[in-house]
Write a protein that binds this ligand. Sequence first.
Ligand SMILES: O=C(O)CCC(=O)C(=O)O
Length: 263
Amino acid sequence: MMDLKHFEKEMQVKGWVIFPALFDKTFVARMLADMDKAYENCRRIQVKNGVDKETEGTLHHLVGQGDTFMEYIDKLEPLMPYMESYFQGKFILNSFGGNINAPRRKSYASNIHRDIRSFSGDMPLLLNTLFMLDDFTKDNGATWMLSGSHKKGEKPTEDYFWKNGEQAIGSAGSVLMFNSNVWHAAGENVTDKVRRSVTPMFCKPFMKQGFDYPRAVGYKEGEKLPEHVRQILGYNARVPATLDEWYQPPEKRMYRPGRLCAA
Ligand SMILES: O=C(O)CCC(=O)C(=O)O
């Protein structure tokens, strides 16, 4: 595992790091099978709701659409010290999407973008943990990253980005972790095979999640989950809707003490 000090330095200077070959081939193959099914599921709804053009090749909110997505959350336990160091405290899941970077096809992820709409400067609001499900190579469009760009509010010009960006090359099973202020873009795939990834993103616990994961998985179902998975899915950062839910001792509260600051 990477030295924590090295991680902190890289995140400070470049804004991104790669954890090489973190997950084994069997887990990757199982997730790819889940991803195929999940894409069919997402695609059906994308088409039904008339948003299929802009969403082609992308998947969203994968927790609950295949066992491996929840397992990924569970398997993050060894990475939690790094992530907690980045957030200076606890964090929760904000979104869990995926991208199928098909040969010579572009999606919105191919545009130069960052994952957070408002530049958050030194405040660590959001973190992407892109999980490579195929080898990420120069030719199949490994993500382009502009190192150090998490320190600047303004968008780089296309010219500057493509001249100074570098590709996040890694083998399947690796995780590219990056500050969501970093400007980046999926590269063009000039091979004849797809290049797939999932992109679970995490945020500070006081932020609104992109999907209500505790409600989607179920409050009762959540009682069976390990504590770190409950924490990450947001079970400890829910909003009470009745006085009965609100008047509870600290250990039973839906919004647990310590979620607003390091705890
Ligand atoms: O698939 C990629 O290379 C990039 C994904 C991406 O842009 C994102 O997760 O924000």
